[in-house]
Ligand binder design. Structure first.
Ligand SMILES: [Zn+2]
Length: 323
Protein backbone atom coordinates (compact mmCIF):
# COMPACT_ATOMS: atom_id res chain seq x y z
CA UNK A 1 0.00 0.00 0.00
CA UNK A 2 2.82 2.30 0.97
CA UNK A 3 4.69 1.37 -2.21
CA UNK A 4 1.58 2.06 -4.30
CA UNK A 5 1.21 5.52 -2.74
CA UNK A 6 4.88 6.25 -3.41
CA UNK A 7 4.45 5.12 -7.03
CA UNK A 8 1.39 7.36 -7.43
CA UNK A 9 3.30 10.31 -6.00
CA UNK A 10 6.17 9.60 -8.39
CA UNK A 11 3.81 9.39 -11.38
CA UNK A 12 2.15 12.66 -10.37
CA UNK A 13 5.56 14.33 -10.19
CA UNK A 14 6.65 12.90 -13.53
CA UNK A 15 3.50 14.01 -15.35
CA UNK A 16 3.27 17.49 -13.78
CA UNK A 17 4.03 20.23 -16.31
CA UNK A 18 7.26 22.16 -15.81
CA UNK A 19 6.66 25.23 -13.64
CA UNK A 20 6.20 28.46 -15.59
CA UNK A 21 9.26 30.65 -15.90
CA UNK A 22 7.67 33.68 -17.54
CA UNK A 23 4.30 35.40 -17.76
CA UNK A 24 3.54 37.48 -20.83
CA UNK A 25 0.54 39.80 -21.07
CA UNK A 26 -0.33 40.73 -24.65
CA UNK A 27 -0.82 44.51 -24.75
CA UNK A 28 -0.74 44.71 -28.53
CA UNK A 29 -0.84 41.71 -30.85
CA UNK A 30 -0.88 43.08 -34.38
CA UNK A 31 1.25 45.04 -36.82
CA UNK A 32 0.12 48.35 -38.30
CA UNK A 33 -2.34 49.74 -39.40
CA UNK A 34 -5.06 49.39 -36.74
CA UNK A 35 -4.26 51.77 -33.87
CA UNK A 36 -5.04 50.43 -30.39
CA UNK A 37 -3.63 46.90 -30.79
CA UNK A 38 -0.04 47.37 -31.96
CA UNK A 39 2.97 45.30 -30.95
CA UNK A 40 3.66 45.28 -27.19
CA UNK A 41 4.23 42.34 -24.82
CA UNK A 42 4.58 42.77 -21.04
CA UNK A 43 7.02 40.15 -19.75
CA UNK A 44 7.88 39.23 -16.16
CA UNK A 45 9.10 36.20 -14.23
CA UNK A 46 6.24 34.03 -13.00
CA UNK A 47 5.27 35.20 -9.51
CA UNK A 48 7.25 38.46 -9.74
CA UNK A 49 5.23 41.37 -11.18
CA UNK A 50 8.26 43.53 -12.01
CA UNK A 51 8.06 43.62 -15.81
CA UNK A 52 9.41 45.13 -18.97
CA UNK A 53 7.64 45.39 -22.28
CA UNK A 54 9.03 44.08 -25.55
CA UNK A 55 8.05 46.99 -27.81
CA UNK A 56 5.41 49.53 -26.89
CA UNK A 57 3.17 50.11 -29.90
CA UNK A 58 0.11 50.08 -27.62
CA UNK A 59 0.32 50.50 -23.84
CA UNK A 60 -2.69 52.02 -22.06
CA UNK A 61 -5.30 50.54 -24.40
CA UNK A 62 -3.64 47.12 -24.02
CA UNK A 63 -3.68 47.45 -20.23
CA UNK A 64 -7.35 48.50 -20.38
CA UNK A 65 -8.24 45.35 -22.31
CA UNK A 66 -6.14 43.24 -19.92
CA UNK A 67 -7.95 44.81 -16.91
CA UNK A 68 -11.32 44.05 -18.53
CA UNK A 69 -10.27 40.44 -19.04
CA UNK A 70 -8.99 40.25 -15.46
CA UNK A 71 -5.44 39.40 -16.51
CA UNK A 72 -3.90 42.34 -14.62
CA UNK A 73 -4.65 43.95 -11.28
CA UNK A 74 -6.27 44.90 -9.05
CA UNK A 75 -4.02 47.68 -7.76
CA UNK A 76 -3.00 47.38 -4.08
CA UNK A 77 -5.46 49.03 -1.68
CA UNK A 78 -4.50 52.59 -0.90
CA UNK A 79 -2.51 53.14 -4.09
CA UNK A 80 -5.26 55.37 -5.44
CA UNK A 81 -4.61 53.92 -8.88
CA UNK A 82 -6.66 51.86 -11.30
CA UNK A 83 -5.28 48.49 -12.41
CA UNK A 84 -4.18 50.23 -15.62
CA UNK A 85 -2.51 53.05 -13.72
CA UNK A 86 -0.73 50.72 -11.31
CA UNK A 87 0.54 48.39 -14.04
CA UNK A 88 1.81 51.31 -16.16
CA UNK A 89 3.53 53.25 -13.39
CA UNK A 90 4.57 50.48 -10.96
CA UNK A 91 4.77 47.07 -12.66
CA UNK A 92 6.38 48.14 -15.93
CA UNK A 93 9.98 48.93 -14.99
CA UNK A 94 11.35 49.59 -18.47
CA UNK A 95 10.82 49.32 -22.22
CA UNK A 96 12.73 47.21 -24.73
CA UNK A 97 12.31 48.89 -28.09
CA UNK A 98 13.23 46.86 -31.17
CA UNK A 99 13.13 49.68 -33.69
CA UNK A 100 11.74 53.18 -34.05
CA UNK A 101 8.74 52.53 -36.30
CA UNK A 102 5.64 54.23 -34.93
CA UNK A 103 3.68 50.98 -34.53
CA UNK A 104 6.33 49.84 -32.00
CA UNK A 105 6.72 53.03 -29.95
CA UNK A 106 3.41 54.92 -30.33
CA UNK A 107 1.97 53.67 -27.02
CA UNK A 108 5.08 54.74 -25.14
CA UNK A 109 5.07 58.21 -26.67
CA UNK A 110 1.41 58.98 -25.95
CA UNK A 111 1.58 57.54 -22.39
CA UNK A 112 4.75 59.47 -21.51
CA UNK A 113 3.11 62.51 -19.78
CA UNK A 114 1.54 60.29 -17.05
CA UNK A 115 4.12 57.50 -17.01
CA UNK A 116 6.67 56.93 -14.23
CA UNK A 117 10.43 57.28 -14.58
CA UNK A 118 12.10 54.23 -16.13
CA UNK A 119 14.69 53.30 -18.74
CA UNK A 120 14.21 52.82 -22.47
CA UNK A 121 16.56 50.04 -23.60
CA UNK A 122 17.52 49.84 -27.27
CA UNK A 123 20.45 49.56 -29.64
CA UNK A 124 22.21 52.93 -30.18
CA UNK A 125 20.81 53.45 -33.69
CA UNK A 126 17.26 52.84 -32.40
CA UNK A 127 17.59 55.24 -29.48
CA UNK A 128 19.07 57.87 -31.81
CA UNK A 129 16.09 57.55 -34.18
CA UNK A 130 13.53 57.76 -31.31
CA UNK A 131 15.19 60.98 -30.10
CA UNK A 132 15.47 62.40 -33.62
CA UNK A 133 11.90 61.59 -34.64
CA UNK A 134 9.65 61.87 -31.56
CA UNK A 135 11.17 62.96 -28.25
CA UNK A 136 11.91 66.54 -29.25
CA UNK A 137 9.98 69.76 -29.46
CA UNK A 138 7.52 69.79 -32.33
CA UNK A 139 6.19 66.25 -32.65
CA UNK A 140 6.09 65.92 -28.80
CA UNK A 141 8.28 66.91 -25.86
CA UNK A 142 11.59 65.37 -24.90
CA UNK A 143 10.68 63.17 -21.91
CA UNK A 144 14.15 61.60 -21.91
CA UNK A 145 17.53 62.47 -20.42
CA UNK A 146 19.26 62.75 -23.81
CA UNK A 147 18.91 64.75 -27.00
CA UNK A 148 17.27 68.08 -27.72
CA UNK A 149 16.73 70.41 -24.71
CA UNK A 150 14.66 71.04 -22.73
CA UNK A 151 15.03 67.47 -21.47
CA UNK A 152 12.38 66.41 -18.95
CA UNK A 153 14.52 63.45 -17.86
CA UNK A 154 11.72 60.96 -17.09
CA UNK A 155 13.10 58.20 -19.30
CA UNK A 156 16.72 57.18 -19.02
CA UNK A 157 17.94 56.31 -22.51
CA UNK A 158 20.00 53.14 -22.13
CA UNK A 159 22.09 51.96 -25.09
CA UNK A 160 22.46 48.20 -25.40
CA UNK A 161 25.65 46.62 -26.75
CA UNK A 162 24.92 43.80 -29.24
CA UNK A 163 25.52 40.40 -27.64
CA UNK A 164 26.25 41.84 -24.16
CA UNK A 165 23.98 40.84 -21.27
CA UNK A 166 22.57 43.81 -19.34
CA UNK A 167 20.57 43.74 -16.08
CA UNK A 168 17.07 45.21 -16.39
CA UNK A 169 16.90 47.69 -13.50
CA UNK A 170 14.37 46.96 -10.70
CA UNK A 171 13.57 43.51 -12.16
CA UNK A 172 14.96 40.00 -11.76
CA UNK A 173 15.70 39.78 -15.48
CA UNK A 174 18.52 40.55 -17.90
CA UNK A 175 18.47 41.29 -21.61
CA UNK A 176 20.80 40.57 -24.51
CA UNK A 177 20.16 42.41 -27.78
CA UNK A 178 20.86 41.02 -31.26
CA UNK A 179 20.64 43.29 -34.34
CA UNK A 180 18.19 42.38 -37.11
CA UNK A 181 17.74 43.55 -40.70
CA UNK A 182 14.30 45.12 -41.23
CA UNK A 183 14.54 46.46 -44.76
CA UNK A 184 16.90 49.44 -44.58
CA UNK A 185 16.38 49.81 -40.82
CA UNK A 186 18.18 48.15 -37.92
CA UNK A 187 15.79 46.21 -35.69
CA UNK A 188 16.42 44.01 -32.64
CA UNK A 189 15.79 40.60 -31.12
CA UNK A 190 15.80 40.57 -27.30
CA UNK A 191 16.79 37.52 -25.27
CA UNK A 192 15.18 38.13 -21.87
CA UNK A 193 16.58 35.87 -19.15
CA UNK A 194 15.53 34.99 -15.62
CA UNK A 195 17.71 32.46 -13.83
CA UNK A 196 18.33 29.59 -16.23
CA UNK A 197 15.37 30.42 -18.46
CA UNK A 198 15.08 32.63 -21.52
CA UNK A 199 12.41 34.13 -23.76
CA UNK A 200 13.31 35.47 -27.20
CA UNK A 201 11.26 38.42 -28.45
CA UNK A 202 11.80 39.67 -32.00
CA UNK A 203 11.10 43.06 -33.46
CA UNK A 204 10.24 43.29 -37.13
CA UNK A 205 12.65 41.38 -39.34
CA UNK A 206 13.13 40.19 -42.85
CA UNK A 207 14.43 36.70 -43.64
CA UNK A 208 18.16 36.30 -44.22
CA UNK A 209 17.46 34.93 -47.73
CA UNK A 210 15.52 38.06 -48.71
CA UNK A 211 17.63 40.62 -46.84
CA UNK A 212 20.93 39.07 -48.07
CA UNK A 213 21.95 39.07 -44.43
CA UNK A 214 23.09 36.63 -41.74
CA UNK A 215 21.51 38.49 -38.81
CA UNK A 216 18.86 35.85 -38.07
CA UNK A 217 21.42 33.07 -38.39
CA UNK A 218 23.50 34.90 -35.77
CA UNK A 219 20.52 34.95 -33.38
CA UNK A 220 19.80 31.26 -33.99
CA UNK A 221 23.46 30.43 -33.40
CA UNK A 222 23.43 32.39 -30.13
CA UNK A 223 20.40 30.49 -28.75
CA UNK A 224 20.99 27.02 -30.25
CA UNK A 225 22.58 25.53 -27.12
CA UNK A 226 19.77 26.98 -24.98
CA UNK A 227 17.17 25.42 -27.29
CA UNK A 228 18.93 22.05 -27.07
CA UNK A 229 18.91 22.31 -23.25
CA UNK A 230 15.18 23.24 -23.23
CA UNK A 231 15.99 26.55 -21.54
CA UNK A 232 14.33 28.70 -24.21
CA UNK A 233 10.71 28.89 -23.05
CA UNK A 234 9.19 30.75 -26.01
CA UNK A 235 9.87 32.74 -29.15
CA UNK A 236 7.81 35.79 -30.08
CA UNK A 237 8.30 36.56 -33.76
CA UNK A 238 6.52 38.41 -36.51
CA UNK A 239 4.65 37.11 -39.52
CA UNK A 240 3.24 40.13 -41.33
CA UNK A 241 1.81 38.64 -44.51
CA UNK A 242 0.67 35.30 -46.02
CA UNK A 243 3.23 33.30 -48.03
CA UNK A 244 1.99 34.38 -51.47
CA UNK A 245 3.30 37.93 -50.93
CA UNK A 246 6.20 38.49 -53.36
CA UNK A 247 9.66 39.05 -51.84
CA UNK A 248 9.91 42.57 -53.27
CA UNK A 249 6.70 43.57 -51.42
CA UNK A 250 7.78 42.34 -47.96
CA UNK A 251 9.52 45.55 -46.83
CA UNK A 252 11.61 43.69 -44.25
CA UNK A 253 8.96 41.31 -42.92
CA UNK A 254 8.35 37.55 -42.68
CA UNK A 255 5.72 35.23 -44.14
CA UNK A 256 4.87 31.68 -42.93
CA UNK A 257 7.12 30.18 -45.62
CA UNK A 258 10.06 32.36 -44.60
CA UNK A 259 9.55 31.86 -40.84
CA UNK A 260 9.39 28.08 -41.30
CA UNK A 261 12.65 28.21 -43.29
CA UNK A 262 14.28 30.25 -40.51
CA UNK A 263 13.04 27.85 -37.81
CA UNK A 264 14.51 24.99 -39.83
CA UNK A 265 17.84 26.82 -39.72
CA UNK A 266 17.50 26.96 -35.92
CA UNK A 267 16.70 23.25 -35.79
CA UNK A 268 19.73 22.54 -37.95
CA UNK A 269 21.92 24.31 -35.40
CA UNK A 270 20.20 23.01 -32.25
CA UNK A 271 19.61 19.41 -33.40
CA UNK A 272 16.86 17.35 -35.03
CA UNK A 273 13.66 17.41 -32.97
CA UNK A 274 15.00 20.11 -30.62
CA UNK A 275 12.12 22.51 -31.34
CA UNK A 276 9.39 20.01 -30.51
CA UNK A 277 6.82 21.65 -28.21
CA UNK A 278 8.50 25.07 -28.32
CA UNK A 279 5.87 27.86 -28.13
CA UNK A 280 6.23 30.31 -31.05
CA UNK A 281 3.99 33.36 -30.64
CA UNK A 282 3.05 34.81 -34.03
CA UNK A 283 3.00 38.58 -33.71
CA UNK A 284 2.54 41.54 -36.03
CA UNK A 285 0.02 40.09 -38.49
CA UNK A 286 -1.06 43.19 -40.41
CA UNK A 287 -4.67 44.29 -40.27
CA UNK A 288 -6.08 44.15 -43.80
CA UNK A 289 -8.58 46.54 -45.38
CA UNK A 290 -10.43 43.61 -46.94
CA UNK A 291 -13.45 41.58 -45.80
CA UNK A 292 -11.26 38.68 -44.76
CA UNK A 293 -8.41 39.09 -42.25
CA UNK A 294 -5.25 37.05 -42.93
CA UNK A 295 -4.94 35.37 -39.48
CA UNK A 296 -6.60 32.07 -40.40
CA UNK A 297 -4.66 31.75 -43.64
CA UNK A 298 -1.32 32.53 -41.94
CA UNK A 299 -1.94 30.06 -39.11
CA UNK A 300 -3.01 27.37 -41.62
CA UNK A 301 0.14 27.93 -43.68
CA UNK A 302 2.29 27.67 -40.56
CA UNK A 303 0.50 24.47 -39.48
CA UNK A 304 0.87 22.93 -42.95
CA UNK A 305 4.66 23.36 -42.91
CA UNK A 306 5.17 22.51 -39.25
CA UNK A 307 7.23 19.33 -39.36
CA UNK A 308 9.27 20.80 -36.48
CA UNK A 309 6.59 20.18 -33.85
CA UNK A 310 6.65 23.79 -32.60
CA UNK A 311 3.50 25.15 -30.97
CA UNK A 312 2.37 28.19 -32.99
CA UNK A 313 0.23 30.54 -30.91
CA UNK A 314 -1.91 33.42 -32.16
CA UNK A 315 -1.87 36.04 -29.39
CA UNK A 316 -4.95 38.08 -28.49
CA UNK A 317 -4.84 41.49 -26.84
CA UNK A 318 -5.29 41.28 -23.07
CA UNK A 319 -4.38 37.60 -22.88
CA UNK A 320 -1.92 36.34 -20.24
CA UNK A 321 0.35 33.58 -21.52
CA UNK A 322 2.60 31.43 -19.33
CA UNK A 323 5.78 29.74 -20.54
ZN1 LIG B 1 8.77 48.03 -38.51
Amino acid sequence: MKAAAALLALLATASAPAPSAFDMVVLGARGGIEDGNLTAFMIHPHGDARAVTCDAGTLVQGLRVAATKGTIGPAPAGSGLSPVGYALTHDIKGYLISHAHLDHVGGLIVASPDDSAKPIYALPSVNAEILRSYFRNGPWSNFTDRGEPPRLGKYHVADLVPGATTPLADTAMTVTAYPLQHGALESTAFLVEHGQDGLLCFGDTGADSVEHSDKLRQVWTAVAERVRAKRLKAIVIEVSFPSERPDDKLFGHLTPRLLLAELHTLEGLAGKGSLKGLPVVVSHIKYALTDVQPQAKIMAELAAGNDLGVRFLLPEQGQRLRF
